[in-house]
Design a protein around this ligand. Structure first.
Ligand code: BES
Ligand code: MN
Ligand code: MN
Length: 456
């Protein structure tokens, strides 16, 4: 590996990353479809510049998938590297200290939407590749990149692609760098991701909005009806009232629970620094890590209905919608949870309400076995660069395509360079620049070591 690469090229790397982050590739918003394409094009140009002989934009129903194959080196293993170039919406915009698409350095941290989730991490892998090429532009190991543009919005392009062409997942190992360290200085690999069941609950109680004076007291209010239904889905203790959602859970093993107990965890620090609230909520009979990693949850993301503009309008709303999702853990399935949610909502709805549960997107939880030797190689790389091997943890978040990435039987290494306080999906998302520089070295060494293993 070119050991001075990072030090020598830092300014250029920062400029390039800033350019990538300047593209507002928000996959959920139709107005940003061309921006998503621009982000994909940015990657295509980058892969061409790096001398990848195969670079493709794979078109599907939504935003394109970028596919790139490094020059073939015979007798070496093949890695499949996954990432996503799309980002989350930026609202509330006025809470950003600097504009979300003008990456700004403050205190060694780079603030921008996508800084860590996931453009900054995709960039880190690209530059790791750049750093380990030899004088002829050949890498130490065969690498295929698959970078999608619909991860944040539950899109299907990559899923359909990998169903149609499963041979694309044939590899010796899959690397997914879309998460982070367990704590500063403590890198991680993930043994499970939660699944998700995202849906809208539509509630109608009247044919049209009404005057709240003339009819207030007798006419059924759609928002009131909806919030009572929502309140019935989860109680104050954090328990979800959706049939069978807990019964089907496969609890973590005793081994896992033991490892989690040993992890450093400062509740007060977590509350103040990451959660930023006054108290932690949820099921008190479980530890905090268990609540995030090993239990299903239900969250309300937004409620639409009635009058929310400036000033006052005295109205009884006829209709209301809530966006909700359940996070799913091993044992839960998307299909069963969606059906159960529909049942629960219909049971909670009073006779004056027409309710409907409309699915938005979903994926099953995944578990990965971290005993494959490739995990040992990743540990060696982390140890060499940051002085620590990885800890095995789970993630609360989801990456829908991960199950498909492992369909060819290759081990899936879920890891990354993020830090717990990066604020993914929040205003002022950031990446620690030292994490990027270290990450380039870690992944570079990982590529080299994987190549050496294949030869031996
Ligand atoms: N990178 C995250 C997933 C993640 C977050 C993994 C935290 C581990 C820890 C990913 O970009 C993400 O946000 N996924 C969405 C998927 C959803 C839209 C289907 C999520 O988890 O909400
Ligand atoms: Mn991500
Ligand atoms: Mn995300």
């Amino acid at each position: 590996m070119d050991h001075d690469f990072v030090e020598r090229e830092q300014d250029r790397l920062l400029r390039e990353l800033t350019g990538f982050l300047a593209i507002p590739s928000i996959s959920a918003l139709p107005d940003h479809a061309t921006d998503c394409r621009r982000a994909a094009d940015w990657l295509v140009a980058e892969f061409r510049r790096l001398g990848f002989p195969v670079v493709e934009l794979l078109e599907g129903r939504g935003h394109p998938v970028v596919w790139a194959e490094s020059p073939r080196v015979e007798g070496r293993p093949t890695l499949l590297v996954y990432g996503h170039y799309d980002v989350q919406p930026v609202d509330p915009l006025d809470e950003w200290v600097s504009p979300p698409f003008q990456a700004t350095v403050r205190d060694g941290r780079l603030y921008a939407r996508g800084a860590v989730d996931d453009k900054g991490q995709v960039f880190t892998l690209l530059k790791a590749y750049e750093a380990v090429r030899d004088a002829d532009g050949l890498p130490p190991v065969n690498i295929r990149f698959i970078i999608e543009g619909e991860e944040e919005s539950g899109g299907h392009a990559i899923d359909e692609l990998l169903t149609r062409e499963p041979e694309r997942t044939t590899a010796d190992a899959v690397v997914v760098a879309d998460m982070g360290y367990y704590a500063p200085g403590l890198p991680a690999v993930y043994t499970a991701l939660r699944g998700i069941c995202y849906a809208e609950i539509h509630c109608r109680t009247l044919q049209r909005d009404l005057h709240s004076g003339s009819y207030g007291g007798v006419a059924p209010n759609a928002i009131e009806t909806l919030v009572r239904i929502l309140a019935g889905l989860k109680d104050e203790s954090g328990e979800i009232h959706v049939p069978r959602v807990y019964k089907s859970v496969v609890p973590p093993t005793r081994e896992e629970l033991k490892t989690w107990k040993k992890l450093p965890f400062d509740k007060q620090e977590f509350l103040e620094h990451e959660v930023t609230g006054k108290a932690l909520t949820g099921r008190k009979d479980f530890s905090i890590l268990e609540r995030i990693w090993a239990l299903p949850t239900l969250e309300i993301h937004g409620i639409r209905g009635g009058f929310t503009g400036e000033g006052a309008k005295t109205v009884i709303p006829a209709a209301a919608v809530a966006k909700v999702s359940l996070r799913l853990v091993p044992g839960n399935t998307y299909e069963a949870t969606l059906a159960a949610l529909g049942k629960a909502v219909r049971r909670l709805a009073p006779r004056w309400a027409d309710v409907e549960v409309r699915p938005v997107h979903g994926s099953d939880p995944v578990q990965v076995d971290v005993s494959h030797p490739a995990f040992g190689v990743l540990d060696e790389a982390f140890e060499e660069v940051v002085g620590k091997r990885t800890v095995s943890v789970r993630a609360g978040g989801s990456i829908p395509v991960v199950a498909k990435l492992g369909q060819g039987g290759a081990p899936v290494l879920l890891t990354g360079i993020g830090l717990p306080d990066d604020g993914l999906h929040s205003p002022n998302e950031k990446v620690d620049l030292q994490q990027v520089w270290d990450g380039i070295r870690v992944f570079g060494r990982f590529f080299e070591k994987m190549g050496e293993n294949g030869r031996g």
